[in-house]
Design a binder for this molecule. Structure first.
Ligand SMILES: Cc1cc2nc3c(=O)[nH]c(=O)nc-3n(C[C@H](O)[C@H](O)[C@H](O)COP(=O)(O)OP(=O)(O)OC[C@H]3O[C@@H](n4cnc5c(N)ncnc54)[C@H](O)[C@@H]3O)c2cc1C
Length: 377
């Protein structure tokens, strides 16, 4: 399926820049590509944009995005999509990129489960690849997945009036506790260590709430249930104390296994399941950039805000790579945004005129090729 971010028809010809992934980082990159008058496309294997925000935590509040004291992940996605949609681009959803190769004429060829894409540059914004939650090796966990055993809380309403057990000491676990506390009947939150990787402030908020926080050294021992989770036995591993709790929903948040999948085979320089980039977000393959959770460099932070900064660097450098006369610095959007929109509108009008002429006079010269030349950015 090839959808369009705007009303532009689907196209399979040469693009200036193609994003692998349509998570928050790629969405922001799409805006920047539009601002720089680059023909852009994004390809994501999921059926909707938003990456981890929509797949894992659409109804969680995010508190650390500049300009938003708090924003639901799904609302941030909507805003980022709207920002990207200000310029015409192509969005291919439900399509997984399987291979990437630089052709002899210096273009980047991507093959997917649905076809082939050609681009002058590519920005890999593929996050952690596939999100595979770590699982506990105890009976009934796999059998009761989807029947009370969860690895994320996508819809708050699924947890209304439920007795919930949350397992984990990281940010996600504590965020779920805070998110579900107002709707749950009761939340018990356990953690097996005597330290947390979650923000101190989140731990403090949960401690001050009605959530029963059992730490340290509490683990799940047994899960009972036939068609649905019924009760869970937890154990304090140092003292041996056991408690059996009536539970309707367990949310395990004990981390994710990362799997880059096909990306590992593309000849990219990798370090610990991440793509190495330089300060311009260039990978070791010419014309191929990367940004967001998938990259590594000294000091890397896996956050939406840092990923957005990285993709801005990647796109502006890709612009200069395609057209060395174009500055890397985009200037300020306060000055350039409307100008870019006017240029896109004029370009669309020119193309429409050329297409109309070709229809009425098929022997006339073909429409102007879509190139970066002369864009003056
Ligand atoms: C529970 C939880 C809470 C979080 N809370 C916060 C927070 O409060 N603040 C914050 O800043 N960060 C938070 N994060 C981290 C944040 O979600 C990530 O930093 C962010 O999603 C990274 O964006 P991305 O676009 O790089 O990757 P992703 O969001 O992972 O998107 C990558 C996209 O690439 C696609 N893809 C991957 N491989 C391919 C392929 N081969 N072909 C096609 N498509 C592909 C995937 O389908 C996915 O849609 C949280 C994460 C989790 C799990």
């Amino acid at each position: 399926m090839e959808a369009t971010v705007n009303s532009k028809p689907a196209e399979t010809d040469l693009y200036d820049i193609t994003f692998i992934g349509a998570g928050p980082v790629a969405l922001y990159g799409m805006y920047y590509a539009g601002l720089r008058l680059m023909r852009f496309k994004a390809i994501d294997m999921l059926d909707e944009v938003g990456g981890g925000l929509m797949a894992l935590y659409p109804e969680k509040y995010i508190y650390d995005v500049a300009g938003f004291p708090k924003v639901l992940a799904k609302d941030l996605t909507r805003q980022m999509e709207e920002q990207a949609n200000q310029y015409p681009g192509t969005l291919c959803l439900g399509e997984k990129v399987l291979s990437l190769r630089r052709t002899d004429d210096g273009l980047i060829e991507l093959t997917t489960n649905k076809g082939r894409h050609l681009s002058k540059t590519v920005v890999i914004c593929a996050g952690l690849g596939a999100y595979i939650p770590k699982k506990l090796d105890i009976p009934n966990v796999e059998e009761l997945e989807g029947a009370g055993v969860y690895y994320s809380a996508r819809r708050i309403s699924d947890f209304a009036d439920k007795n919930i057990l949350i397992v984990g000491g990281g940010d996600s676990a504590f965020d779920y506790s805070m998110m579900l506390e107002p709707v749950a009947r009761k939340i018990t939150h356990i953690h097996r260590n005597d330290f947390f990787s979650a923000h101190e402030d989140s731990v403090r908020k949960v401690r001050q709430s009605s959530v029963e926080l059992l730490v340290p050294f509490w683990e799940v021992k047994r899960i009972e249930g036939d068609d649905w989770v019924r009760e869970v036995t937890i154990v304090q591993t140092r003292t041996g104390e056991e408690r059996t709790l009536p539970i309707d929903a367990i949310i395990f948040n004990i981390g994710f296994l990362t799997n880059l999948g096909p990306i590992e085979q593309w000849g990219l320089e990798l370090e610990k399941n991440a793509i190495k980039v330089d300060s311009r977000m260039r990978t070791n393959i010419e014309g191929v950039y990367a940004a967001g959770d998938i990259v590594t460099y000294d000091g890397k932070l896996k956050l939406i805000s840092t990923g957005c900064g990285e993709v801005a660097v990647a796109v502006n450098n890709a612009k200069n790579y395609i057209n060395p006369r174009a500055k890397v610095s985009p200037g300020h959007s306060t000055d350039k945004h409307e100008l870019a929109q006017q240029k896109w509108a004029r370009k669309a009008a020119r193309e429409k005129r050329a297409a109309d002429d070709a229809e009425t006079n098929p022997t006339a010269s073909p429409p102007e090729p879509r190139t970066e030349k002369g864009m003056g950015q």
